[in-house]
Design a protein around this ligand. Structure first.
Ligand code: KG4
Ligand code: ZN
Length: 356
């Protein structure tokens, strides 16, 4: 049996619905994405320099139904062809999550399907196995999984393939995390200081290509070898002070490429150093990087050159938040018998907290 899952993601500023089909029942899964319909709210939040929760939930309400209809029509399927529905119900902006959860509950209840609540980070982890055939053969465990997004910078040592994952796999395998800002937040906040729109990671990446990564000396936090955690708040303060100094002597504008390259290098250095320590300490056989920041070109370039174990990334279109990764996670849990049905599914709630 190759179950087909409809997945809904509304935890932040992307309203995304996707339909995926399982292609293998092997321990390492493989999913084919039949459709992916996403509305990105980024333009609505740009004037405020970050995501405004109330605007996010109101916009999800307007776009969720069109996205569901688009995903079904792109896949040339209707509700009868779907085996189950899955939805991100934690963590995230609670008002935004509730829109997706309510839509998923309505579909599942009205069409008598099973419903799978999905942890957003589990979705990012499984984005690796979307439309990528070769990974199944090449990935080895224990795997160092780095979830690097706008909200999280977490390192996990995963010892079993996805179909053997327990319900608490991410909680149980966490070995390091950011103690303050996430890496994506560090990109976004320093980009804001340098005058770029939200979210700034992509702008820093692009402008850094014309700059010198060693032009400015910026701090790398927690240099102790035993520590596998991250900290990015000192970098933000250093960039703020440096930009004030450059502004006062009239060289800020001309220094933007060098500043972007130096900020990016500081973030990438810090990310890599803790990943390499973790690989050594836990004897990991491969490394997988998922989440929005995994799109960063310098991170990819340096990993290719410096990492001693094979490195895997999701396809670029599945790095940022999307419904396909949520459908994949729902599809996996459904095959493990983890779902709710009938009146029980009406109790499902949304939670801001990642540990719920
Ligand atoms: O995973 P994601 O879409 O959303 C969260 O769950 O947070 O990640 C968004 C983050 C933002 O901070 C954005 O600036 C960052 O990913 N990002 C990048 C790049 N593309 C997106 N950061 C650095 N370089 C990029 N090319
Ligand atoms: Zn995310």
């Amino acid at each position: 049996m190759n179950p087909i899952t409809l997945g809904i993601e509304t935890s932040c500023d992307e309203c995304s619905v996707s339909i995926v089909r399982s292609l293998s029942n092997e321990p390492i899964p493989e999913w084919e994405v039949l459709s992916l319909a996403t509305f990105s709210q980024i333009k609505l939040h740009i004037p405020y320099g970050g995501v405004v929760p109330e605007i996010a939930s109101r916009n999800h309400l307007e776009t969720i139904n069109p996205m569901i209809i688009k995903a079904l029509s792109e896949a040339r399927l209707d509700y009868n062809d779907i085996d189950n529905v899955s939805v991100t119900n934690r963590p995230g902006l609670v008002g935004a999550l509730l829109v997706g959860v309510s839509a998923a509950k309505s579909i599942a209840y009205a069409t008598h399907k099973s419903l799978v609540p999905v942890h957003h980070l589990e979705g990012h982890a499984l984005s690796l196995f979307l439309d990528q055939r070769q990974i199944r053969k090449e990935i080895k465990f224990p795997l160092l999984l780095a979830v690097i997004s706008g909200g999280h910078t977490n390192l996990y040592c995963i010892s079993t393939p996805p179909r053997e994952w327990s319900r608490t796999i991410l909680k149980d395998s966490l070995i390091g995390k950011s103690l303050d800002d996430a890496a994506g937040e560090a990109f976004d906040k320093t980009a804001k200081i340098l005058g770029f729109p939200y979210p700034g990671g992509e702008y820093i990446d692009r402008n850094a290509k014309n700059g010198n990564p060693h032009a400015f000396e910026l701090p790398r936090a927690l240099p102790q070898k035993k520590v596998l955690n991250y900290s990015f708040s000192g970098l933000k303060t250093a960039v703020l002070n440096l930009s004030k100094k450059l502004k006062s002597n009239g060289t800020l504008e001309s220094s933007i490429p060098d500043l972007c390259a130096s900020v990016q290098e500081a973030i990438v250095d810090h990310l890599l150093s803790k990943m390499f320590l973790s690989i050594e300490k836990y004897r990991c056989q491969s490394l997988a990087i998922v989440g929005g920041v995994s799109a960063n070109s310098r991170l990819r370039e340096r990993l290719k050159k410096e990492c001693k174990v094979p490195v895997f990334f999701p396809l670029l279109k599945y790095c940022t938040d999307n419904g396909a990764m949520i459908a994949a996670a729902g599809n996996l849990r459904y095959s493990q018998g983890i779902f709710v049905r009938g009146k029980e599914l009406l109790q499902l709630n949304a939670f801001a907290n990642p540990d719920h």
